[in-house]
Design a protein around this ligand. Structure first.
Ligand code: HEM
Ligand code: HEM
Length: 159
């Protein structure tokens, strides 16, 4: 077992971290675009642009997360403590793969097949937000309170 993540895993982790906030910043434009169309009004160009960014960035996130899952399954495992907190952390990591891939798939279905799944996508956004809050709090707890090497495992090597 290795004691840190590979450079590819680290690059994919931080690329996705940068892309997820874009989804929260652009998500609201979709409702506004649809509302304008239903009211017979021309949607604003800014909302249409955000709508496109949301769809394409979301699809890229889904693809990168799927790639990351394959890399994770094929790489040598990173060591984890076998206590309760270690098991909870590992469970949250797997839940992230499931939640983010499902979220991108639900967005795709809502946009191109049936809008009936949209409420699940909206609920998914809140669930992922809660998971990110827990995950980030845990990362800071390790870095600032426990002062161990957990955050370092996910940072690029200096040498
Ligand atoms: C993991 C990636 C994604 C995240 C985190 C995400 C997040 C969000 C958020 C926060 C909203 C706004 C919810 C609200 O109005 O309260 C939203 C709406 C929406 N997203 Fe995404 N999204 C993702 C991927 C996608 C993809 C790939 C598509 C389509 C190709 C998509 C299509 C939509 C649609 C159609 C809505 C409007 C739903 C509604 O207003 O009821 N999303 N998304
Ligand atoms: C959108 C936000 C984020 C998502 C979806 C996410 C997702 C993940 C996933 C799935 C893993 C497990 C890696 C694996 O085993 O394959 C992981 C590990 C990790 N993440 Fe994040 N992460 C996010 C944000 C952050 C942020 C903001 C930080 C730091 C402040 C962070 C720090 C870490 C650390 C330190 C690990 C390694 C933990 C360990 O294995 O001991 N993450 N993250």
């Amino acid at each position: 077992m290795r004691d840190r993540y590979t450079n590819l895993q680290i690059a994919l982790h931080w690329a996705i971290v940068l892309m997820i906030p874009i989804q929260y910043l652009t998500g609201g434009s979709i409702d506004r675009t649809h509302h304008a169309v239903h009211m017979g009004i021309e949607p604003s160009a800014w909302d249409i642009l955000q709508h496109k960014v949301h769809n394409y960035c979301g699809m890229a996130i889904g693809a990168l997360m799927a790639l990351r899952l394959i890399v994770r399954l094929r790489s040598e495992r990173t060591a984890f403590p076998s206590d309760v907190m270690g098991v909870v952390a590992l469970a949250l990591h797997w839940a992230f793969y499931a939640a983010i891939i499902c979220q991108a798939a639900l967005g795709l279905v809502a946009s191109y097949l049936t809008f009936r799944v949209a409420p699940l996508h909206v609920a998914g956004a809140w669930i992922i937000l809660g998971m990110v809050a827990l995950h980030v709090a845990a990362a800071f707890w390790h870095a600032l309170v426990k002062r161990d090497d957990v955050l370092e495992r996910m940072l690029p090597r200096k040498n």
